[in-house]
Design a protein. Structure first.
Length: 211
């Protein structure tokens, strides 16, 4: 079951998101907050699902939405952040991905497609609005590190398969290894490529000629 947290100050859009979740049998609405401060305060108190999925607006009263991501990552270490906003500024998209978001979608995204995106992200994928794909590839792939670490053969296999759009479960089945092993290889890939998620890792690997 995908337990969903929401930070959204627009009451009408918040209701729309709740209505999107209610008819599904694999998602459940857990909690919503209307400001960054209230969300951060609640997250600091603990008790949230470790693998929750956060739908995050950026334009909030007080602190901006990006300030929530560190608190969420600490409260829900196995969770995922999906930015859902009207902000189409490429620099903001980059900042969100570097902060740890694995999804960035504009609010005009059809609700049916949003459900699919949530499922894909929960399964280990990453969904970025097509509008920003080329920019992110250039921006994230252009980073250079003096101490570049080489991926192991298995990590290389995992990254190549995930670059095709496979999620962790599919990679595990393809390689004949456990889901836990794929998750471990993925964490190693992120660390070696200094990337917060698969989108950034693939972009960096392509830029370096690793895949």
């Amino acid at each position: 079951m995908i337990e969903i947290l929401i930070v959204e100050d627009n009451a009408a859009y918040l209701d729309t998101l709740k209505e999107m979740i209610e008819p599904t049998d694999d998602m459940t609405f857990h909690t919503a907050w209307r400001s960054a401060e209230s969300a951060i305060r609640a997250m600091s108190q603990g008790g949230l699902p470790a693998d929750a999925l956060l739908l995050l607006d950026l334009h909030l009263p007080g602190s901006g939405g990006l300030s929530i991501i560190p608190a969420f990552r600490k409260a829900c270490p196995e969770g995922n952040v999906v930015v859902l906003t009207q902000n189409d500024n490429e620099l903001v998209v980059l900042e969100a991905i570097q902060a740890g978001a694995v999804g960035y979608l504009l609010k005009n995204h059809p609700i049916a497609q949003l459900r699919s995106a949530i499922r894909e992200i929960h399964g280990g994928g990453s969904v970025i609005d097509d509008k920003f794909s080329r920019y992110l590839l250039q921006a994230l792939g252009g980073r250079t590190e003096d101490n570049q670490q080489v991926l192991s053969p298995r990590e290389h296999q995992v990254l190549e398969l995930m670059a095709t759009g496979m999620v962790k479960k599919e990679v595990a089945e393809q390689l004949g290894i456990s889901y836990h092993s794929v998750a471990l290889y993925t964490r190693n890939i992120y660390k070696k490529l200094e990337s917060p998620n698969i989108t950034a890792a693939v972009a960096t690997a392509i830029r370096r000629g690793l895949i």
